[in-house]
Design a protein around this ligand. Sequence first.
Ligand code: PLP
Length: 396
Amino acid sequence: MNKPKDEPGLQTILSHCGRDLEASGGYVNVPPYEGSTIIHDDMDDLFGRVDNHLYGDGTARTYGTDGGPTHEAFYEAMNKLEGGVGTWAFSTGLAGCTIPMMAFLKTGDHMLVTDSVYGPTRQFCEVLLKNFGVEAEFYGPTIGAGIEGLIRPNTRLIYMESPGTHTFEMQDVPAIAAVARRHGVVTMIDTYATPINFQPLKHGVDVVVHSATKYICGHSDVLMSTVTCNEKTWKQVRAVCKMTGQYASAQSVYLGLRGLHTLKVRLDAVGAHTRKVVDWLLKREEVKKVIWPAYEKDPGYPIYKRDFAGPIGLFAFQFQDYFTDVQINRFMDSLKLFGLGYSWGGFESLILRSYGKRTVGDPKIMRTMIRVYIGLEDPQDMINDLDQAMTKMRGA
Ligand SMILES: *Cc1c(COP(=O)(O)O)cnc(C)c1O
């Protein structure tokens, strides 16, 4: 995208974002302000802030749950990066995916959810929302503008995830957002992209969720999400956060802001390492398929190339069909440098055998896939680890 000449570049924005020398007393970083009580000046101030809360724009700080200077610095940075008007941080990624839905749904409503959605978000829709009389219908992630055919008079929300969890389908986000706008339907997206690679609000989406646990915090030491909204949705989402007591600790938010400063260099490194590992896997006869939208032959590549500014270090591959379950588990158990564990986005490489539900796509697809996250280690070491584990697998 062309930017005006005097506007700083992305890396400069990331380096300086969230800086508030007044709040920090001149220190580069705003420290983690944690607390419950905020002392008010006098009764005018106390009631004035209450009025702002109940009847105003809700920006006044009255109590610790509103978040303090650290939160505000982080929110301002996220708003700038995403092009949003309001951001809230939640104590886990999952809370950021689920709680905002309550701002848009009530009994009798219908929502459309991508079949490639993060498993626990699916469960929230299938169990909890169902209990409250909301019908969640799952759609094929690559439906694009065809989603128009699924919209009903009572459809209130379209939920996207791109790339899809474990299966990495790229969604045509601008096309879906355009259809939703024509029908007055709100759109939400959960994405791995980070604002460095893709800014969904600029493509017509109303609410963007990041599991900040992953790339934004980036060191496997925090659980948190961010939800950034446009003008149309912010007040509703903010109200639900308030009513349900959503809060992320100042320490988490502090680490989120710290993570933003180095996000692009970490993503660039992880992307380059991932390409090396993917190139190696593609040449292996044991491997049937690699699924990574940044790979030129991936079905998601055209959309990835159109919408995303850079790669992500998360992908999946499948072994040839003749390998048995026992052999694949032998491979997994033989890895020495890859950690066997959930999550991703940190400095360390991780691996998992996928599982989970699909009701529109192939219901068995998940169990055939191995999900890999490549971290910051020397990629040749990770390749050597995969190589020795494949040798053990063949011998099993
Ligand atoms: C990990 C993840 C979440 C949940 O984040 P947590 O902080 O682990 O609760 C939600 N969506 C996606 C796409 C994720 O990868």
